[in-house]
Design a protein around this ligand. Sequence first.
Ligand code: NPW
Ligand code: ADP
Ligand code: K
Length: 534
Amino acid sequence: MEDRQEQISQVVVTAGQMRDIEKRIFAAGMPVVALMEKVAGLIARRILEISPTLLQNTFSIPANTRFLRVSPQAGGSRIGILVGPGHNGGDALVVARELHFRGYEVWIYSPFSQLKELTSQHLQYAQSLGIPIYQTVGQLPDSDLLIDGLFGFGLERNLTDPIASAINQLNELSVPIYSIDLPSGLHTDTGVVLGTAIRATRTFCLGLWKLAFFQDQALEYLGKAELIDFDIPLADVEAVLKDVPRIKRITATKALATLPLPRPAVTHKYKEGHLLLICGSRRYAGGSILTGLGARASGVGMLSIAVPESLKSILVSHLPEALIVGCPETETGANAHLQLPENTDLSSFNAIACGPGLTRDATPIVQEAIAVDRPLILDADGLNILAQMGAIATLKKRQAVTILTPHTGEFQRLFPDIANAKYDRVKAVQAAAGQSGAVVLLKGARTAIANPQGGVWIVPESTPALARGGSGDVLTGLLGGLLAQAATKQIPVEDIVATAAWWHSQAGIIAAQERTELGVDAFTLTQYLLKVLT
Ligand SMILES: NC(=O)C1=CN([C@@H]2O[C@H](COP(=O)(O)OP(=O)(O)OC[C@H]3O[C@@H](n4cnc5c(N)ncnc54)[C@H](OP(=O)(O)O)[C@@H]3O)[C@@H](O)[C@H]2O)[C@@H](O)CC1
Ligand SMILES: Nc1ncnc2c1ncn2[C@@H]1O[C@H](COP(=O)(O)OP(=O)(O)O)[C@@H](O)[C@H]1O
Ligand SMILES: [K+]
């Protein structure tokens, strides 16, 4: 049984689900007022923890001062608190009060005339404490930090003026902004910008991760995101999510537990999986090498690589441990069809990965791979050829599991009828898996993986260093190797896919830390895969 923290860190909810979970907590007797105090107290404490310069100011007070406070005269940091009409504003006002009592020079921007009752009470109290309150952006004094409590998960409509232009002006100030729950202006589920949105330096996501945090279009607004856990009972989460397919973050704990480690002491190479890669062309020889190196890093027991005959020697020189199968080639140097050695038939492979570097001239070999009753990964031109064949109808005929690994362009070619791929990647990948019966991995800044039942894994962190030709080939090889090794184990396929994607992203992150975001070419990436585990 995973511990509570691990379970909470995997959960991702929509605004509607969050609202239902809160309703249960309130119905069980937790007072709304008490929860707001608790949550905002945690936020205030966290702000003080992570802002050493603010703390420095607190402790640089003159020695003869009787109270551990910073007066404006002592040069304390100024913190502006942005207050909206709902409970997000209420949270912000509690933070304002706490920081005021810790001695900071706090001011409040409260542009709305109608506030929810609790929010209104906190505003009244802040006013009674002498905290200055401003209604228009033009009046705002300077500040060292802004706390954004304009809107949280209650925002559904587009923002209009004057609040929209106020947000634009606030973004223009060169001041760090910490957002409460999510940057005001983002849709909680899709991460779509509703007119305009705060560009946060940091975001404190409250209680449970919201979907917007994993939608590519929201990333530029979120800054550094962290979860503020306020002890939501797991039973309430379970009760609300029990009948819906889960959307989960793939964590290090989960991914590491899915890897084929430790290896049993008594085993042999064929027990540790036999992977067949079908890849490469005269034009894209490198793609087959990168795919092979990705597979090598997975630890797969046996690796066979089917490439056009003319690439055989170059593959052997890069991957001496692999069985390189030279295939007849087309005039253009594409893999024409499979020609396995005698005594080898396709049923001896635990998994097949097909696509990197093939070119679209390799249609017959892709058709052969699809026709084989083995677990199959299709990537790159494997996907483009599948799209030409009609993805959904073709995949319906397959008996064994299929994994598709498209980027957005390939996804749209495969599933032209799924319109929302750009705006709600999670919904799009769920729809694709549901319609095709395949496990679908939609690549991007935050890669999402869906199974046909609608369950989703999201890779929660990655690096733009991976936005480089060939890094997808590495993923295909790595995933193929893990899939082949899992053949005899009862592991859900989507867990293996998510683990490979997590591993790939982590390697990118470590490589980028050591070499900058410009230093992670696809070959280098393959050299960092094992560093994730050691
Ligand atoms: N319940 C609790 O105790 C806890 C709640 N928590 C906190 O509560 C937050 C959710 O609070 P919330 O539901 O009050 O919604 P919130 O995000 O503040 O904003 C909605 C307000 O904005 C308004 N509005 C909407 N669109 C608008 C527009 N375009 N232009 C202008 N106004 C617009 C809308 O008014 P409407 O006109 O729709 O009636 C409504 O008043 C959550 O994110 C977290 O911070 C946590 O601390 C945990 C404990
Ligand atoms: N901005 C980004 N942030 C994180 N990962 C990214 C980003 N852009 C691309 N990637 C990752 O890099 C890989 C690119 O794969 P792909 O588009 O297939 O490239 P190629 O076919 O050249 O190998 C995918 O795993 C994708 O998720
Ligand atoms: K906010």
